[in-house]
Design a protein around this ligand. Structure first.
Ligand code: ADP
Ligand code: MG
Length: 616
């Protein structure tokens, strides 16, 4: 009988291995970013086209590779990071399998350029489906650039399996966040289809978290610090009241590597026991440092799982240190920098009868009527935004005092210092000057280039977040109508209105009657003009009819979206300088400034080097 077993040719073996390592464009992003970190890069740029389906490129200023190493790096199990099995137990690098580049090169077109500092010229290598297409000497700066194009070009089934661009981009951003959070001392920039999504400068951990998740995150964070013999913990948990419906802001890093651990997650949840509602998830950004000998990260090909020698001890330490931090935070008086004094006016005052008001409220200041405001109100809002920056700055100082700060201290923080700390963030730069283009876009400059904002979408975002906030807090200010407004709705429409009644009231609507044939409104949200009420409600009803919400949560969201759409300034409306400036500032004070409530870009940026290139 003849022998039937054959060794697979390398390119087939590589393709099979690739399936393990590269599931989607985001996997390529992760591997390339980690290689750049392992190469000691201090600045890393990620360039993505079409959610990575067309291009994933990583440019680093790390130590680069010699010509031989560049060629070898694409061989399977070629790694500079471990030499023997023992090294696995003292691992300080991200990679160690030597599989990633070989796998990626098996299923994409890859172009690598690399140069070491000591070299005059660098190396260029082009590979397509494991086949070397070119290897030559090239002019390139010190460091490595890898461009991965046409991922899965030779595995159509894999390519078809990819999700929508939005989903794939979300995965890429997740990977980017993980690496960027694990390495605050490294600068990262990310571009998608030519626009800058992130530009993160070298910073401390708190700044990094805030730069990624938005300025409002700063006030939510409670520091956690613990050092024991077996484990060091540092980082932040979110205050209980900011727990989220999703787990999107939960991060564990072990020895600077992002990991998922249901067990440790349980420990943190246990610390929050009784402080947050069922079904909500605490925010956390926790870095654990352990002896590399006490963990085994080799059990999962994509390396987000980890095995600890002594899980029980880690569990106990983690839980008690989070508990301790929360306890400290509860004892200290709470100062919420974002707190909006207007929300102190309880909407249900009307049922309370007369009594001397105890709360001082600035009735001139209306958080909703932003673009129709007088100069005075604009200043009020600006101050609020700046307080926000102040709070960020304060957070960067000595820890522990944060929650006992009072406002007077906060307001005296000097501005120039903020400017140097955050000089490259659009938020601080956008106050300069703006220009309205075609009554549609607002153009503003930022340090790295130019910002072009879609006024209608931007305003939708601002209103949407404001509305959601007032619906959650359930206390909004309303304007009492002199004459009640009577509107007529069909039975079906009325059913929808009734479903939304609570949320509508939370935004400031007051219904005196809401019955068959007759709806009577006696109060309106402060930013809703009487003349537009019926249009807004009709729009809302038709939006609900078209997109039947499946839960209360999505109904609230729909209401906020619909009202934001109706109320937002329209394309074609001319805005004064003050209004433009205010719009820009309010946009960047939002949680998610970059997209409208319906997920469309609110602004685009044009980097200075793009502009320069056009003049070449
Ligand atoms: P691993 O990271 O597991 O070692 P990879 O396939 O990701 O395996 O990379 C193979 C080798 O190529 C690395 O060990 C490293 O020596 C080299 N390498 C990869 N990317 C870079 C980079 N950006 N800068 C310098 N060297 C790199
Ligand atoms: Mg690697």
């Amino acid at each position: 009988m003849s022998d039937i077993i054959q060794l697979l040719p390398d390119h087939v073996a590589n393709q099979i291995a690739a399936g393990e390592v590269v599931q989607r464009p985001a996997s390529v992003v992760k591997e390339l970013l980690e290689n750049a970190i392992d190469a000691d890069a201090t600045v890393i740029k990620l360039i993505i086209k079409d959610s990575g389906k067309t291009l994933v490129q990583v440019i680093d200023n790390g130590k680069g590779m010699s010509a031989t190493d560049a060629r070898l790096s694409f061989e399977r199990h070629a790694t500079s990071k471990i030499r023997s099995a023992d090294d696995l137990f003292s691992l300080h690098t991200k990679g160690f399998r030597g599989e990633a580049l070989a796998s990626i090169a098996a299923i994409a077109h890859v172009e690598l350029k690399s140069k070491q500092d000591s070299q005059e010229l660098g190396t260029l290598i082009a590979i397509e489906g494991s086949e070397i297409k070119a290897q030559e000497v090239t002019v390139t700066p010190t460091g490595t650039t890898i461009a991965v194009k046409h991922l899965f070009f030779n595995i159509p089934a894999r390519r078809n399996f990819l999700k929508s661009n939005t989903v794939e981009l979300r995965h890429i951003i997740d990977e980017f966040h993980r690496v960027a959070l694990a390495h605050p001392k490294v600068g990262f920039a990310m571009y998608h289809n030519g626009s800058e999504l992130f530009n993160l400068h070298e910073s401390n951990y708190r700044q990094r978290v805030v730069h990624i998740f938005g300025t409002k995150t700063n006030e939510k964070l409670v520091p956690v610090e613990e050092t024991t013999e077996v484990l060091t913990i540092s980082g932040f948990v979110g205050k209980p009241q900011f727990a989220k419906k999703t787990k999107s802001e939960q991060f564990f890093f072990v020895n600077n590597r992002f990991i998922k651990s249901p067990y440790l997650n349980h420990a943190v949840n246990a610390a929050f026991d009784g402080l947050i509602k069922d079904g909500s998830h605490p925010i956390y950004f926790l870095n654990l440092t352990v002896d590399p000998k006490s963990i085994d990260i080799n059990i999962h090909p994509t390396k987000t799982e980890i095995k600890f020698d002594d899980e029980h001890t880690l569990y106990a330490i983690l839980r008690s240190s989070v508990k301790h931090s929360l306890g400290q935070f509860n004892i200290a008086p709470i100062l919420d920098f974002e707190y909006d004094t207007n929300l102190d006016t309880p909407y249900n005052y009307k049922d309370k009868g007369a009594e001397t008001p105890t709360v001082e409220v600035d009735r001139d200041y209306n958080p909703f009527r932003e673009e129709r405001t007088s100069g005075k109100q604009v200043t009020a809002f600006r101050k609020q935004t700046l307080n926000n920056w102040d709070s960020l700055y304060v957070g960067l100082e000595s820890k522990g005092t944060r929650d006992t700060q009072d406002f007077s201290q906060v307001e005296f923080e000097s501005e120039p210092e903020k400017a140097t700390l955050f000089g490259n963030q659009p938020q601080t730069e956008t106050t300069q000057s703006t220009y309205q283009f075609q009554n549609k876009y607002i153009i503003s400059t930022i340090k790295s280039g130019m910002l072009m904002i879609d006024q209608h979408r931007a305003h939708q975002r601002i209103l949407y977040e404001g509305l959601l906030k007032s619906m959650t807090v359930k206390e909004a200010v309303s304007q009492q109508l002199l004459f009640p407004l009577q509107l007529h709705f069909t039975g079906a429409e009325l059913t929808i209105l009734k479903q939304l009644q609570d949320d509508l009231e939370a935004t400031g609507f007051v219904f005196s009657t809401i019955e068959e044939g007759q709806v009577e409104i006696t109060g309106l949200p402060i930013n809703v003009p009487e003349s537009e009420v019926s249009i807004i409600l009709e729009q809302l009803i038709s939006d609900v009819e078209q997109e039947v919400p499946d839960s209360h949560f999505s109904a609230t969201d729909l209401l906020a979206k619909s009202m934001a759409k109706s109320l937002a300034i329209k394309t074609g409306q001319s805005l004064s300088n003050l209004e433009q400036e205010h719009l820009v500032n309010s946009l960047f004070a939002c949680k998610e400034p970059s997209v409208s409530p319906t997920n469309r870009a609110t602004f685009i940026t044009m980097a200075i080097d793009e502009v320069d290139r056009k003049f070449m």
